[in-house]
Design a protein around this ligand. Structure first.
Ligand SMILES: NC(=O)c1ccc[n+]([C@@H]2O[C@H](COP(=O)([O-])OP(=O)(O)OC[C@H]3O[C@@H](n4cnc5c(N)ncnc54)[C@H](O)[C@@H]3O)[C@@H](O)[C@H]2O)c1
Length: 435
């Protein structure tokens, strides 16, 4: 099949590469010229484990191309995917400028029946808005389909190639057939392609992310209780997670959810609810809990140093909003950096993949280390903000040579409390007693 992908970021590049891998001819479009030049010359623009290998293979086999020209990409395409940003607008609702701008452009260049698939996360009613924008200039046949994306950065390839489910919102039999054919190689193990109406499909994505954000915030509140009551959140997590109705996943407390999706999608669903005169009270609380949790570790640090961080220097392990990605959008590490600097402290950070993105965003506001051990030099204490595997099992002997003070504030509960005590560390984590 011939496919066009509009927007070649985290979702567009992974989707395009995976569709090429299953034998389709894919052209990815982006307005960012530098990005398109890099991709065309075989340089991958995001860090996503396993992606580079199949990206290069499909470029070599001429199934994957990149362009800045929308016309060139959509001319022969049977299916056109929209994978554009939907950032929060000033009032918190999803900003549809990118999506509707492209829809308007598509209306001017469509020449034949095509399926336009919205993969961006968009509020209920957007598919109809996209249709209206296309119809202004195009009176031929086409279908607009909702197909929200559920991939997780860091494991995106696996998520895309073997999805738990594929959700498709359309009532058009013609579009259903094309979407079934396209996704057939991805659901060979029997995972469902769930067809539904567009509104339900659009809402499914928000419901999924809002539910997961709620689960995280719930556990963060349980962690707060654990700290006050002398309980251990790891034990409580294991105790409740073994109940099938609850499940083991997404029960890890930490320093608040971040990333490009949960914060904006929770905000957008609250806003969409307001628009239909429904106050989504749980989600409002989830947002509030998360905002507090993002600064919880800094509060602990301040308490330990009697509210005086002036002149203190912190080593920070982890900048990405989660491991195995270079994405720093809404990363809790950035909130921690801001709070520390505001309090008069300085920071040297290390992250295996995200440092170039942080440098581009905040420059020399902090210093950057060549590795996790170098970051420890002259530090008052170590702060851990992202659970990269290499931080889980550090070389403690090497750490001891670099670190001045054996003090760790761990936002990801990486280490065993007894081990840390035996090693002589003052070790504070989330929802676990230091005793
Ligand atoms: N990142 C994720 O993990 C994830 C997962 C599921 C869903 N989503 C949703 O998918 C959508 C895209 O997210 P993303 O993380 O891939 O965003 P991104 O910012 O990484 O990528 C978007 C790309 O679109 C390009 N672009 C902007 N305007 C354009 C235009 N007019 N024509 C062509 N290209 C244009 C940008 O240059 C950028 O490369 C969002 O709605 C997001 O909520 C993201």
């Amino acid at each position: 099949m011939k496919i066009a992908i509009i927007g070649t970021g985290y979702v567009g590049l992974v989707s395009g590469t995976c569709f090429a891998e299953t034998g389709n001819n894919v052209t990815c479009v982006d307005i960012d010229k530098v990005k398109v030049e890099k991709l065309s010359s075989g340089q991958i623009t995001i860090y996503e484990p396993g992606l580079e290998k199949i990206f290069l293979r499909n470029i070599k086999d001429e199934r994957l191309r990149f362009t800045t020209q929308l016309e060139e990409a959509v001319e022969d395409a049977e299916i056109i995917f929209i994978a554009l940003p939907t950032p929060p607008g000033a009032d918190g609702s999803a900003d549809l400028t990118y999506v509707l701008g492209v829809a308007d452009h598509l209306g001017k260049i469509l020449n034949d029946y095509k399926v336009i698939v919205n993969k961006s996360t968009v509020p209920v009613g957007t598919a109809d808005k996209v249709s209206a924008a296309i119809s202004k200039n195009y009176s031929g046949e086409y279908d607009v389909v909702s197909n929200p994306e559920f991939l997780r950065e860091g494991v995106a390839l696996d998520d895309f190639m073997k999805p738990d489910r594929v959700v498709v919102g359309t009532k058009s039999e013609r579009a259903k057939q094309l979407m079934s054919d396209l996704y057939a190689p991805f659901v060979r193990q029997g995972n469902p392609v769930i067809f539904m109406d567009k509104q339900s499909s659009e809402l499914t994505k928000y419901a999924a992310n809002a539910f997961l954000a709620t689960k995280i915030s719930f556990m963060n509140e349980i962690a707060q209780l654990c700290e006050r009551m002398g309980a251990d959140v790891d034990m409580v997590r294991r105790g409740i997670g073994s109940d099938d109705r609850i499940g083991k996943r997404f029960l890890f407390p930490g320093i608040g959810y971040g990333g490009s999706c949960f914060p904006k999608d929770v905000q957008a669903l609250i806003k969409s609810s307001d628009e239909v005169n429904y106050e989504f009270e749980i989600l409002k609380a989830v947002e509030k809990v998360n905002a507090n949790q993002k600064l919880h570790l800094v509060e602990k640090i301040k308490a330990y140093y009697n509210n005086d961080l002036k002149g203190k220097h912190f080593a920070l392990w982890g900048l990405a909003f989660k491991p195995n990605t270079d994405d720093i959008r809404e990363a809790p590490a950035l909130s921690i950096i801001d709070a520390l600097i505001l309090a008069g402290a300085t920071v040297t950070a290390y992250d295996p993949e995200a440092m170039p993105n942080v440098k581009a965003q905040i420059g020399d506001k902090i210093q950057y280390a060549a590795n996790q051990y170098e970051a420890l030099q002259n530090a008052t204490a170590l702060i851990i903000a992202t659970e990269w595997s290499e931080f889980r099992t550090p070389n403690f002997e090497r750490m001891e040579k670099e670190i001045n003070n054996k003090i760790i504030f761990d936002g990801r509960n990486l280490f065993d409390l007894t081990n840390m005590k035996d090693l002589g560390y003052h070790y504070e984590s989330v929802g676990r007693s230091n005793a």
